[in-house]
Design a binder for this molecule. Sequence first.
Ligand code: ARG
Length: 255
Amino acid sequence: MKKYVLFLFSLLTLLCIVTGCGGEKKAEGPKVLKVGTEVTFPPFEFREKGSKEISGFDMDLIRAVGKKLDMQVEILDMDFEALIPAVKRGNLNLVIAGMTITPDRQKIVDMSEPYYESGLSLVVRKENTSLQKPEDLKGRAVAVQLGTTGEEKAKQLAGDKVRSFKTNEEVFQALKEKAVDAIILDKPVAQYYINKHHPDAVIVGDTFAKESYGIVTRRHGELTPKINKALAELKQSGEYDKIYEKWFGKEPAKK
Ligand code: ARG
């Protein structure tokens, strides 16, 4: 009897070694997609009050892309200006952060086909009627997020009085406290902040030049075509439109 039990036991042990004891076969499981973003950019990426989870249009879109690629998506919040260097070093597989496709960025990283049409706008305090158009910004203090196209635009228009902050919360705070006279920020994001948190601020004038957002991947990496294919499929299947409508309502989808 004892012998029999012992035999059974060793058989089980052997089986366990061969099959990996019911554990996940790691090599074949879905691979992880390390995604970088910066979370003070609602409704593209932000933390709802009291929640740790990062939500937004970009987040839903990249999770849908991850599904298409059969990869698990892990989202990491970083400083905006650190995102491209992290992709370059290989610490991130990709970035989705409402990032505008620009020739300068395309020299360093790959950017996907556009997934959202946007543009910069000018924000001032409601009571400030002296600032109406870009030319009025000359020599004025303007708040922007560090490393953004808004920062670049502000430097062109206002000169060296531009103040760059790590987060857009600080950008709006600076306007509120009258440390600056204006903000330059992507229009849908400016609109969101004004509606939700800063009713005493207002967008003035037209949007500056059109900008398109793209997903960032390593230059000449194998991921770029896969991302483009996934995006095209999501647009084709109507999944993109669903995500768009969830965050922006029923206007015609801007592709
Ligand atoms: N579209 C602008 C840019 O590309 C701002 C993006 C800021 N994104 C963010 N997640 N904070 O420079």
